[in-house]
Design a protein around this ligand. Sequence first.
Ligand SMILES: Cc1cc2nc3c(=O)[nH]c(=O)nc-3n(C[C@H](O)[C@H](O)[C@H](O)COP(=O)(O)O)c2cc1C
Length: 169
Amino acid sequence: MHKTGIFYSFNSTKTAKAAEKIVQEFGPDYNIIPVNAEELTEELFLSFTNLILGVPTWFDGELPNYWDEFVPALEDLDLKGKKIAIYGLGNQVEYPENFGDAVGIMAELVQERGAKLYGQTSLEGYSYESSRAEQDGKFLGLLLDQETQPRLSKERIANWVSDLKKQFD
Ligand SMILES: Cc1cc2nc3c(=O)[nH]c(=O)nc-3n(C[C@H](O)[C@H](O)[C@H](O)COP(=O)(O)O)c2cc1C
């Protein structure tokens, strides 16, 4: 598999825990390199062929600050040839109108710049009103809700990583 990075805030709580579980699920045969999304540069971002982005939703349907600060740089990048998969933490009970929106925001940003998106998932098992992460009957990435469905995360991560192992090369 090409060089693969997993980008998330090392200071986040649930997103960082999920990143550790994703890396564990890939196993030792895969060299998945953790990158702190709070210290991102364009060079670092472009140095990977496969990218996994950890993007929790904050502020009623927005990106957290550290991702938002990288958006102007991201908007100038050519991401053709990049394979990108996005996972995001959210809370479907407290924020049913914006569940996991940040996953959709990031998916749109990277696809507009030529990246190919991987790791879309089924809507089954979630309950919410609207989500920017939803498109054509699927989520654009992996949605994890550690606050209201913590027991479902393990299997969701396992299924997602199993898909990515087939899709990334
Ligand atoms: C102020 C605030 C706003 C939030 N807004 C949303 C939201 O719009 N949609 C959503 O799905 N979750 C929302 N959440 C829930 C977070 O995404 C959830 O707590 C997540 O686990 C945070 O992950 P992190 O601790 O790794 O950043 C919000 C949480 C807080 C504290």
